[in-house]
Design a protein around this ligand. Structure first.
Ligand code: PXL
Length: 254
């Protein structure tokens, strides 16, 4: 059985975060392991509170699990503090985890900050270099590079800068840009543009589901380009059939 691990913040709605990651793994035919990095109180209208429990316990969860099981791929989502990033980096190295997909979660769909300022540097300097793929959205790509992204040329500039921080491949998801829903992949050699028809509306968890789908594909043995294409298709279909289960944003349906 192919196994993927998500290390991410919780989202009780199941639309984003750890719960959405596990649904994605299951839906793609991959067995899901899950470690919460931080807890949130939220509903479809937004994030109310974030609770970061002691990082010792976060480390313990990783130790106990990884002494027993070796995942074929790992995805990180919301890590929130520099401490949490540090533990994740140490354990990923200690257990030689492969096929690491880093979704550098910085802000919720409703605009709440999901990362502390001090964690940004830890993520860029220590986590990006050990990632096979990083999947920032346009906002996160701007935050990490300082490039003000308005079009595809800006995306390319940001992708080159992000790649300099060490990941194998950068995929900037451009769903939040005007125009078509364009994602840009850069592997250090070539750019690949992935475009789909834009779907209007507010969707919760697109970034989480995309990065988990990439990780699931890597766990299944696809290469990064194939994984990106399959993941984009998966998210687009799930957005197309998204549902309102609460008073706020739609969640992806898959
Ligand atoms: O969609 C980004 C995201 C990631 N992780 C958690 C979240 C959210 C958005 O709300 O709650 C835990």
């Amino acid at each position: 059985m192919n196994i993927a691990l998500s290390i991410a913040g919780t989202d009780p709605t199941g639309g984003a975060g750890l719960q959405a990651d596990l649904r994605t793994f299951k839906s793609m035919g991959v067995y899901g392991l899950g470690i919460p990095s931080v807890l949130t109180a939220q509903n479809t209208e937004g994030v109310s509170e974030i609770f970061d429990f002691p990082s010792d316990f976060f480390a313990l969860q990783l130790d106990i699990l990884l002494k027993d099981i070796s995942p074929d791929a790992v995805k990180t989502g919301m890590l929130y503090t520099a401490d949490i990033v540090g533990v994740a980096v140490d354990k990923i190295k200690e257990f030689s985890l492969k096929n690491l997909v880093v979704d550098p979660v910085a802000v919720s769909s409703t605009g709440v900050s999901l990362i502390k300022e001090s964690a940004l540097e830890a993520m860029r300097n220590n986590l990006f270099p050990i990632a096979r793929v990083i999947t920032p959205n346009v906002y996160e790509a701007s935050l990490f590079t300082g490039v003000d992204i308005k079009n595809q040329e800006d995306m390319k500039k940001a992708a080159v800068r992000l790649r300099e921080s060490g990941p194998g491949t950068v995929i900037i998801t451009g769903g939040h840009l005007k125009g078509g829903a364009l994602d840009l992949l850069f592997d250090g050699k070539d750019f690949l543009s992935l475009e789909n028809e834009r779907l209007e509306g507010d969707y919760h968890g697109t970034g989480c589901v995309f990065s988990s789908a990439v990780a699931a594909c890597l766990a299944l043995g696809y290469d990064v380009r194939e994984a990106a294409v399959k993941a984009k298709e998966f998210v687009w279909k799930a957005m197309k059939s998204a549902v309102s289960i609460g008073k706020g944003m739609k969640i992806l349906n898959f």
